[in-house]
Design a protein around this ligand. Structure first.
Ligand SMILES: Nc1ncnc2c1ncn2[C@@H]1O[C@H](COP(=O)(O)OP(=O)(O)OP(=O)(O)O)[C@@H](O)[C@H]1O
Length: 845
């Protein structure tokens, strides 16, 4: 087709006029250029009208130049002259080429900051080429991340825009399912309302105008929404909803490309009609035939890959310091605690996390390395800076092997500690009891607060604080990392943990106790999934990249967010409540550590450092305060206070102790702990010690020397006396006794008599046996359970073997290194794990 100059000019003039109208509001300088162009075109037209044929080339040349101004670079370059590194246009949006007239004149359409587009026609391939051309040019000429594309294409189930899928990765392209048009329109509705209220705030008519007033800095991305009508067509109510979004959307940067949608009242609409034979007419170019120009697929892919790669990098990541308030500790936690944790990727504003009446508790998930620990640091730091230790306390447990929270405690090089931290537990992956101990503590705190509230006739922490202004009622935030360790196995501990979690989840709201449970694996979250009553209370969900099952099933945002981002959702993971935050690096030197130092320097004088529980640490016996006479220490309980596990030896029957297991070092430690602590409690002369060596071991002699040095009467014996009444307690420490009783029946009988009748006359057996069977054959005459040994410490003994012991039935005990199961009939409580102390075995002398 050869066009006459006058026809060419008509097309050109139409394009330029359109360009001017759409861009006028935004940029004065460009406006001038366009006005200049238009004048030039008018001149060209006059010239062309006065001349003929050969002048056509001149006119075309001119037009190309002008088109270069209203649609510069990749906005209109033919695919064969595509810039190798398309640059985002500094001048903001322009017109975009969707095809060409005569292969020589670009056919341009406006979209961003202008209006909407309707593409209609049966030739799907041609319509696709037009939309693809438009989109790839938009992506190439805008800063990565500033354009979000949403696609509703029920006919092809999202298969359209196949070449653009790299944009899904960083969340720049979202595909909506067949039934999701309502969701899409609903979320646009919300965006429009929010932008009108919070961003434009009545001060500006549109985002374009606001951006112009801010040197082009846009507070919101553009949203390009492609709506393909389903085969049945859109219903009237859907069309009406879409039209209302289009009405208000353009000013808020929302631009709709409708495909095969019969609109009646859509504003600012350009149209492109594709005939069945592939002919294209646009509202910009009138009767002229436009040829669609499908973009090369590799070019589309390259442009999208590049944008996806750059999206995270372009904008400076938020800094930890930006989370902090100008002055620390100024907020009141009475209504709840709130703190920014990062920057919204869609808007330049902070994303806050709130723990109060709603949401009350948080569930955080992310696979290893996704930045979960970093998120927790950002949260803890941001909260700690806002609320004083009188307003907020942290209880922090990490079930992983690792030291996530260790830096919040005083260390070898950095002596500071976080003043809000009341408990820091690290490396507790095996010691589930410690998690349970924390839950029990929080359960008691719940009761204590409830009782205080009743006394003041109020129901909530906020009211309690008002009614008791001198009381200490901080909000408590308990963070349990890898919490699933507590509840994944079945057994008594899990049952109690679940019971307490349920109680805390339900009643924490009114008493100001908030749980933040974090997990790196799906199983962790699944452990809660079947416990709706608990899970329902965790309405705040934080999903790090690739986290699964933290958000609602149909909410795939976590699969799409970029590295170092988190989806923060305060509506139990419902899709419409997603906010995507970029997180600062809260662990880098000069961030959290610096804040901790500053807060530590300002801590109240009387504030004690947090209690530390380190599962990898073996406690030392001499750190335990001296016990009253007759009380022996066998290990440390796994509780918040790190209390000693003790056995009292008195004249009652059964007051003996059995240590059972094959791990000799630990058995020596437990038995020696009991002996040494008894010796420390008794003044010299007020007790006697007899050590028996079933197998030669230098440690026995060493213990004897230690006792003697302390001034005690001690003997290393090879035989046992008959029971009888003694003026002072005599403790018979029988090391590896089963090795000796296996060789000597009289010795075995002597052990049995001493265990049975000794305590009555202040003679106590404290023995080490390799197995429960050996203990039983030494102290039980025929068959039956062990009745003459009230207290026992089991090392590597399987739970099924414990049955003959008092309290040994129905245990769920997994033997592990440096842990033992302890029971004393007298205490009445169930057997519990303890940590054997190091004594003389590891210490040397
Ligand atoms: N927002 C961020 N900016 C910069 N670096 C980050 C950010 N978040 C995390 N990192 C870095 O990424 C690495 C992994 O982060 P982090 O330890 O928080 O992950 P995690 O999910 O807790 O991993 P794991 O569960 O394996 O401990 C760390 O080196 C951390 O410094």
């Amino acid at each position: 087709m050869t066009l006459k100059p006058a026809e060419l000019l008509a097309a050109v003039r139409q394009d330029v006029r359109r360009a001017r109208a759409t861009i006028r509001a935004r940029r004065d300088d460009l406006d001038e250029t366009i006005a200049g162009s238009e004048a030039a075109v008018e001149r060209a037209r006059a010239e062309a009208e006065a001349t003929s044929g050969p002048e056509t080339e001149t006119v075309l040349e001119r037009w190309r130049r002008y088109a270069g101004e209203v649609a510069p670079g990749a906005a209109s370059a033919p695919w064969t002259r595509w810039p190798s590194e398309p640059e985002p246009s500094d001048d903001g949006p322009c017109l975009y080429r969707v095809g060409s007239i005569d292969g020589r004149i670009p056919a341009l359409v406006p979209l961003l900051d202008a209006g909407h587009l309707r593409v209609a026609g049966d030739d799907l391939a041609t319509a696709d080429a037009i939309v693809d051309s438009l989109l790839v040019r938009i992506v190439a000429t805008t800063r990565p991340g500033t354009v979000r594309i949403s696609l509703y294409d029920p006919r092809r189930l999202g298969a359209g825009l196949g070449g653009f899928h790299a944009l899904s990765r960083p969340g720049l392209l979202t595909v909506y399912g067949v039934e999701e048009l309502k969701d899409l329109l609903g979320s646009l509705d919300r965006d429009i309302r929010r932008i009108q209220r919070d961003v434009l705030g009545g001060g500006h008519a549109s985002l374009a105008e606001l951006a112009a007033a801010q040197n082009g800095r846009r507070p919101e991305p553009w949203r390009v929404v492609i709506v393909q009508a389903p085969v049945r067509g859109l219903r009237d109510d859907e069309i009406a909803h879409l039209e209302s979004v289009m009405h208000a959307g353009a000013a808020c940067g929302i631009h709709v490309i409708c495909r095969d949608v019969a609109l009646e009242h859509a504003p600012g609409l350009e149209t492109i009609e594709v005939g069945a034979d592939g002919t294209v007419r646009t509202s910009m170019t009138g009767d002229l035939d436009v040829a669609a120009e499908p973009p090369p697929p590799e070019l589309v892919r390259a442009v999208c890959e590049r944008a996806a790669r750059w999206v995270g990098i372009e904008r400076d990541p938020p800094r930890f310091a930006e989370l902090l308030p100008p002055r620390v500790w100024e907020e009141s936690s009475a209504p709840g605690v709130r703190a920014p944790i990062g920057e919204d990727v869609d808007r330049y504003e902070a994303v806050e996390v709130l723990l109060g009446d709603d949401p009350v508790h948080a569930l955080v998930g992310g696979p290893p390395g996704s930045g979960k620990t970093n998120f927790l640091y950002a949260l803890i730091g941001s909260l700690a800076a806002r609320y004083s230790p009188d307003e907020l306390e942290f209880y922090l447990l990490d079930f992983k092997e690792g030291v996530s929270f260790a830096r919040l405690a005083s260390g070898r090089t950095d002596k500071t500690w976080l003043p809000h931290a009341r408990l820091i537990g690290v490396n507790i992956n095996q010691d589930r009891e410690f998690g349970l101990a924390l839950l029990r503590f929080l359960g008691h705190e719940l009761e204590r607060r409830g009782a205080a509230a009743r006394e003041h006739e109020v129901t909530k922490i906020e009211e309690l604080r008002a009614a008791d202004p001198d009381g200490h009622w901080p909000r408590i935030v308990a963070v349990i990392d890898e919490f699933q360790v507590l509840i994944q196995q079945s057994g008594r501990l899990t049952d109690e943990s679940l019971y307490l979690l349920n109680d805390l989840a339900r009643r924490g709201r009114s008493q100001g106790i908030h749980l933040v449970l974090a997990s790196q694996n799906v199983g962790g979250v699944q452990a809660l999934w079947g416990r709706g009553a608990i899970l329902d209370q965790f309405t705040l969900r934080v999903a790090l990249p690739k986290a699964r099952r933290i958000l609602a099933d149909d909410n795939l945002a976590a699969q799409q967010v970029a590295r170092f981002c988190a989806v923060v959702n305060a509506e139990s993971g419902a899709r419409q409540a997603n906010r995507v935050a970029r997180l600062p690096d809260a662990g880098a030197p000069g961030t959290f550590d610096k804040l901790q130092r500053e807060l530590w320097q300002q801590r109240p004088e009387q504030l004690a450092p947090p209690r530390i529980f380190d599962g990898a640490h073996v406690p030392e016996l001499m750190s335990v305060p001296v016990r009253p006479p007759g009380e022996g220490v066998v290990g440390q309980l796994i509780d918040l206070a790190g209390s000693a596990a003790t056995v009292r030896f008195d004249r009652n029957p059964g007051r003996n102790l059995a240590v059972i297991g094959t791990r000799a070092d630990e058995a020596y430690d437990v038995l020696s702990s009991a002996v040494i602590s008894l010796a420390r409690g008794h003044a010299p002369g007020s007790a006697e010690f007899a050590l028996f060596e079933g197998e030669a071991d230098p440690r026995v002699a060493r213990l004897a020397r230690w006792l003697a040095d302390e001034g005690h009467r001690v003997e290393v014996v090879t035989e046992l006396p008959e029971p009888g009444d003694r003026p002072v307690p005599v403790y018979f420490a029988l090391f590896a006794v089963d090795a000796a009783t296996a060789r000597s029946a009289p010795l075995r009988a002597a052990v049995r008599r001493l265990a049975e009748h000794g305590p009555d006359g202040q003679m106590h057996v404290l023995g080490w046996w390799r197995t429960v069977d050996r203990l039983r054959s030494d102290v039980v005459e025929r068959t039956g359970p062990v009745r003459t040994v009230d207290a026992w410490v089991a090392l590597d003994v399987r739970d099924s073997e414990l049955t003959p012991l008092p309290g040994g039935q129905l245990q769920s005990w997994t033997p592990r290194k440096r842990r033992a199961l302890f029971y004393d009939q007298r205490t009445g409580s169930a057997p519990q794990p303890i940590i054997p102390f190091t004594v003389l075995s590891d210490q040397g002398e």
